[in-house]
Write a protein that binds this ligand. Structure first.
Ligand SMILES: Cc1cc2nc3c(=O)[nH]c(=O)nc-3n(C[C@H](O)[C@H](O)[C@H](O)COP(=O)(O)OP(=O)(O)OC[C@H]3O[C@@H](n4cnc5c(N)ncnc54)[C@H](O)[C@@H]3O)c2cc1C
Length: 293
């Protein structure tokens, strides 16, 4: 580790000023939110931006708000709030669960949801449950504002569709249909301060309390260059009556849809097997929640 390189620091007071600054500074500036990724990379000498633009003083991007039955989450919200906030625990418990296993209390009280998304690490904890729940990200630049579905936001490790000058301002999740449930399981060697060996987020929507599966999503993390949907496994669920056998079958399909690497935390074969196990378990958890149990 080195000392931090020198940089200019800016602290805009509103989103318009921030967009203007980023446009003037062009590629030489980086946004800083909690700094838990950015400052580590700067200390390691991997990044040396000439300017940092702190977004903590911008009003309106650090709140959780109900919107038309759905939820809007400001990108600068610290991750611990996702664990504590009642609205998230009740309406998006899968996101709350993922936030509760991210890093440690120190990290969760500093890091933001926006930083976790834009950083685009293949093992990041928040994208899988957000993709499972159909989240969109709102991006603002000096000239335009646009929304991108989160499952189309990531390109690869550290790479997204965000353009220079754009700020992620909000994460938007529409109202979820009745009889919807989700679950997230992260496989780790330790209980905290560890990134996932494998993680899976699943979501199920039933057409009634004892009905068939109307919609299903299965997101695999840490087993591909970015969080991916197990599309074939998802298809196998639609129109079917939920059962242990069906979830086992979906898990077997999902295990063939990942492309993990071997590394010190786990071999590729082991990771694929665990995708099968965690897919089955998260689908069972999502079903319990969909039935209100
Ligand atoms: C000890 C430790 C443990 C960790 N454990 C985990 C873990 O278990 N799981 C996990 O997923 N992560 C983990 N992390 C990684 C990190 O904490 C998260 O990715 C965090 O959410 C990043 O948020 P931040 O606000 O600190 O981002 P920053 O470091 O401030 O920014 C990260 C990147 O996002 C960009 N950015 C930030 N906000 C915006 C925005 N609103 N618009 C546009 N660009 C933006 C920055 O320019 C930068 O490129 C850990 C980190 C540490 C140091």
């Amino acid at each position: 580790m080195h000392l931090l390189p020198k940089f200019d620091y800016y602290e805009p007071r509103d989103i318009g000023e921030a967009c203007k600054l980023l446009s003037q500074l062009k590629g030489s500036a980086r946004i800083i939110a909690g700094g838990t990724d950015l400052l580590v990379n700067m200390k390691k000498g991997l990044l040396a931006p000439r300017s940092l633009v702190g977004i903590g003083k911008i009003p309106g991007i650090s709140e959780i708000e109900p919107v038309n039955g759905g939820i809007s989450i400001g990108a600068h919200l610290i991750i611990q709030k996702l664990v504590e906030f009642d609205l998230i625990r009740k309406k998006l418990s899968v996101l709350s669960r993922a936030a509760s296993v991210l890093g440690s209390p120190l990290v969760r009280n500093r890091a933001t949801i926006g930083g976790n998304i834009v950083n685009a690490r293949p093992a990041a904890d928040l994208p899988p449950p957000l993709i499972a729940m159909g989240a969109r990200v709102r991006l603002k630049s000096r000239r335009q504002e646009r929304e991108v579905p989160l499952d189309r936001f990531f390109r690869g490790p550290g790479e997204t569709v965000i353009k220079p000058g754009e700020i992620l301002t909000h994460i938007v999740i529409d109202a979820l249909p009745p009889f919807t449930g989700g679950d997230y399981i992260k496989l780790m060697h330790r209980r905290s301060l560890e990134i996932a060996i494998v993680a899976v987020a699943s979501r199920i929507t039933l057409d009634g309390p004892d009905g068939v599966i109307r919609d299903g999503r299965i997101i695999l993390s840490s087993v591909a260059p970015k969080a991916i949907r197990a599309v074939r496994a998802e298809k196998a669920l639609i129109g079917e009556r939920p059962s242990e056998g069906l979830f086992e079958h979906a898990g077997q399909i999902a295990a063939t849809e990942c492309t993990p690497i071997d590394d010190i935390r786990g071999g590729a074969g082991y990771r694929c097997s665990m995708v099968g196990v965690l897919t089955k378990r998260t689908l069972s958890g999502a079903l319990r929640e969909a039935k209100g149990q």
